[in-house]
Each structure stands twice: as C-alpha cells, then as structure tokens.
Design a binder for this molecule. Structure first.
Ligand SMILES: C[S@@+](CC[C@H](N)C(=O)[O-])C[C@H]1O[C@@H](n2cnc3c(N)ncnc32)[C@H](O)[C@@H]1O
Length: 265
C-alpha cells in the first residue's frame, strides 16, 4: 500500500535528503515508497531537520508542505482557536459531556482530526495516498516529543489504505461519527485555494469515488456522518443530508442516524 501506483504514478516524485545527515533515513523512505532517490521529477519528498516535506519543483511552484502540529497555523489554532463552539466541533456533535469517537476517513494533513482530538475526541484517521500518509506519519511522530502536543496526538491513530474498503471490512467497535472531507473538483487557481490543495491536486486527483465513500460511511457510523464541502458546492451524490452548518468558506453536511447523548453518571 505504501508504493505509488495506479493513478498516482502519473506524477513523478523523487526523494532527497536536505543535509547529508539525513541521507540514510531518506533512502529508507525512498525504498518504502518505491520512489527514486534523485533524478528528474515534478515533486520532491525532502527530509531535513524539520522533518519530511513535499515540494513541487519548478519556478511557479508553491513552497513545501509538511505536517506540523507543534508550530505554525495548526498550533495557533490549538492555542487561540476556540473550543466547542467551532463549527467542526458542532458538526461532529461535541457538546458538554459528549466527545464522540470519530473516524476521519479522509485524513489528508490531519488538521481537522487534530482539532477534534484536541477537543477530546478519540480519532482514527485513514489516508490512502502514500505520500500524504507519509507526511502525516512524520508529523504525528515529531509531535510526540512535544509535551503539550503529545497527549493530543496520542488520541490520533493513523491507518493507511482506501477508507471505502477499510470501512466495509471494519472489525470491532464502529465509530460513532464518520467525518469526510474529500477533494472537491474545482479548478480555481486563485490565492484563496490553499497551497496544500494546489500541491495535492495533481497528486491526489478529485476523489471521484466520494459517493461510495459516503455510502460506506453511512453503513458504518452508529450516530452520524459529517461531510465538509466548499460552501456553495453540491452535496455528495447519493443520500440527502439531514441538515447543514454553513461557515464563511465551508459547509458541513450532516447525515444523522442517532442522537449523541452525554454518558449517564
Ligand atoms: C481535502 S483532503 C482532507 C484534508 C483534511 N480534512 C485535513 O484537515 O487536512 C482529502 C484527503 O482525503 C484522501 N482520501 C480521499 N478519498 C479517500 C479514501 N477513499 N480513502 C482514504 N483517503 C481518501 C485524499 O487522499 C486526500 O488526502
């Protein structure tokens, strides 16, 4: 599952160490992901003292992307970014005495999952793209050495693979909530489209199988499925959402199954 194959083979990626000290670890990533350790490529997966990062090569390319739960935007949101009042928290059903067990089946860079883990939700994350899963794994590992962030990432358990298959074959306790944020097919190149999304699109594509993902999520979640969409975008084809919460840029479509209640006692 770690190797780039199928559709993903369209983008060429090489692995490189940013300093000689990281050469061995970079070679290990190259072997694990079956990527070349050098040569002509459109993207580079680079390893250096800030961890693993992915960068598009070429003059017009946006800067590198890495997963950083300790510093930067994600850390800022952890420190100053509100609590249970955040729309994503309301969408998954966080309320006094309720911290749902959530499966984030489209983990990406783990930002939404981190927000929910920081509010106390036990999170399982699934990511199918080997490069994005590699960035996420590296970010989670680095976060474990920060005393403030370690307890949050301890609540985040990463699985690699296609969430449709993993949800259909789920063993054990099902999650109360399944959270979905598939790539949405829009071609906007403006600055408002985040650097990460511009970087991801040629690698990941448009997640055209979102309807099957929604169907599998609805079959598995015991209490609700939540889908994040751009505010004006249509819902995922298939089942109709029960209601939606709208923010400035995003909307959360909610597919309720059973109400989430505080635990008795
Ligand atoms: C828009 S990004 C998610 C961003 C994420 N919510 C965050 O906060 O960083 C969508 C991600 O879902 C992944 N994805 C889409 N469909 C998937 C599936 N069926 N199984 C696993 N991962 C999937 C894509 O590879 C991509 O990384």
């Amino acid at each position: 599952m770690d190797a780039l194959d199928g559709n993903w083979a369209k983008a060429t990626v090489r692995v490189e160490a940013l300093e000689p000290a990281f050469a061995t670890a970079a070679a290990a990533w190259a072997e694990r992901l079956q990527l070349p350790p050098g040569g002509e490529a459109e993207f580079a997966l680079q390893l250096g003292c800030d961890g693993l990062q992915l960068v598009e090569l070429g003059p017009q390319a946006p800067g590198p992307v890495r997963v950083d739960f300790v510093e930067g935007a994600v850390a800022h949101r952890r420190l100053f970014g509100g609590g249970n009042g955040q729309m994503i928290a309301k969408a998954v059903g966080v309320q006094p005495g309720v911290r749902p067990v959530v499966l984030d089946a489209t983990a990406g860079l783990g930002r939404d999952a981190f927000v929910l883990a920081r509010l106390g939700c036990a999170m399982t994350l699934i990511e199918r793209h080997p490069l994005i899963a590699a960035l996420l794994e590296d970010g989670l590992l680095r976060a474990q050495i920060d005393p403030d962030v370690a307890p949050i990432v301890a609540q985040m358990h990463l699985l690699r693979g296609n969430a449709i298959d993993l949800m259909r074959a789920w063993q054990g306790e099902p999650p109360q909530v399944v959270y979905l944020d598939p790539m949405f097919p829009h071609r906007d190149k403006s600055a408002s489209v985040k650097k990460e999304m511009r970087l991801f699109r040629p690698l990941v594509g448009d997640d055209d199988d979102a309807p099957a993902l929604l169907e599998a999520a609805l079959a598995l979640a015991t209490h609700r499925v939540v889908v994040k969409r751009p505010r004006k975008a249509p819902g995922i084809a298939g089942a109709q959402a029960g209601y939606a919460l709208e923010g400035n840029a995003s909307r959360f479509d909610i597919y309720p199954k059973k109400s989430l209640k505080p635990k008795a006692g």
